[in-house]
Design a protein around this ligand. Sequence first.
Ligand code: NAD
Length: 500
Amino acid sequence: MNEISKLSGPPQQPKRLGLFIDGKNEQRDELEFLPRSSPGYGMEVTHVALGTAADVDKAVAAARRVFDRGSWSRMPGAERARILVKAAALIREHAEELAYWETLEAGKPISQSRAEINDGAGHYEYCAGLAQTLHGQTFNTYGDDLFGLVIREPMGVVALINPWNFPFIVLSERLPYILASGNSVVIKPSEMTSYTTLAMASILQEAGLPDGVVNVVTGTGPVVGQALAEHRDVEAISFTGSTRTGEAVLRASTSNFKKTSLELGGKNPQIVFADADLEDAADGVAFGLCFNAGQCCVSGSRLIIEKSAQEEFVSLLSEKLKRVRIGDNFDSASQMGAIVSTQHRDKIESYLTLAQEEGGHVAYGGERLSITEGGRFLRPALLAGITNNMRVAQEEIFGPVLSVMTFEGQDQAVQIANDSPYGLAASIWTKNIDKALGMIRRVRGGRTWINTTIAGGPGQPLGGYRQSGVGREGGLTGVEEYTEVKSIHVGVGKRNHWIS
Ligand code: NAD
């Protein structure tokens, strides 16, 4: 990786990024490039190569060759583990440079980028363990003449298509898991945030990963993403992004019946009971709303507050929101960064107008803030007078906008929480353990929290119910997702002949 001399502000010149295929960085002349302007500063920071369907073919062929050769797919787990551990060490060594580019392209505060890079390294360390412990089953119950084994094998070539909101951590929650069992991969990062994915490919090469095991084809979804989803020599696909694109990927993947993992959108409830520690809950709800400026799949975007505590809680929450430090992305004290694009900011603002058209109102925030020249910053917003049937309560806004609703009794809280096309995440706030466990069992969501939100480690699987997705990433499940299961039946001793 190239060294960055000055890591405290935007670069003087945009950086040109090539494709990474079969261990080589491709910068060939006929490539076209897409400029990426920084959400926090407005200026161009990277130029991203627009890969083609032919580049996808080339990358898939490289991934297939190395898979068939077996230099990674049949490497002993302990050796694979050593490479993953080395990669983690290199991530930590380059953490500041990775965080710098993540902040520039994605618009996050630098403190958050640093935490994501550090957590990303943890996934490679965790997967080093899984590369050695992945195992099958034996069946010693068939009598003397038959013995059974179940083994797991890598699938082959996996396509990995990622979104822009957490470029490095979403990559880290998937890539080392896909690699742990011996697969080869072709990755398409979001065209808005390609830098850290390309950097990770170089890090893995430096750590000893054979060429061709990880390839990166940057470019647009309809060209590169679609070609990967349709490709007949790709066995499995991991897609993270919006529910609408997930549907297109699912359709395209039927070309050869790929195994498909879809991690999609959410409209996640924060259910707060009057017997919660309301100050803790207000802090947690504010964090769940403002983290990554609300551009987070598990963002708590629906507050369902017990009616008797509504007034006190909304006042505590508004006080908290006033104190969120929305600031320059390179100020390490900033807690909330910029909105990813002008188009996306317009979409978020259109929901503030829609809330009023639907009969609600903006009770707090929502206005643009001038923090840096060219930066796109929004104050978090509270929407009041909302009922769950309104579009603002049903659709994923993907910004710092909270729809506030009330409930009376656990049944009504569950009914509102589950009345959604999504089922990604949910948080329950109460000091009553019976209520907390009773509620968490009834809410429909793949990632849930009691008295906290958006917390966790690499061990627990991630994924959603309903239109929030199919399959699970992370944990042991995340490795097993990318394996084929083979049953082996072994005849023991002299065969008892069928034809005598
Ligand atoms: P998006 O669906 O617009 O794009 C995701 C990726 O798909 C990008 O790389 C894009 O280029 C690509 N793509 C676009 N069209 C394609 C096509 N026709 N075929 C194949 N690929 C195509 O999503 P986004 O705006 O980048 O990300 C935000 C969305 O991601 C939100 O809905 C959010 O909830 C979701 N998300 C989900 C999770 C999760 O774990 N469930 C995590 C992060 C983000």
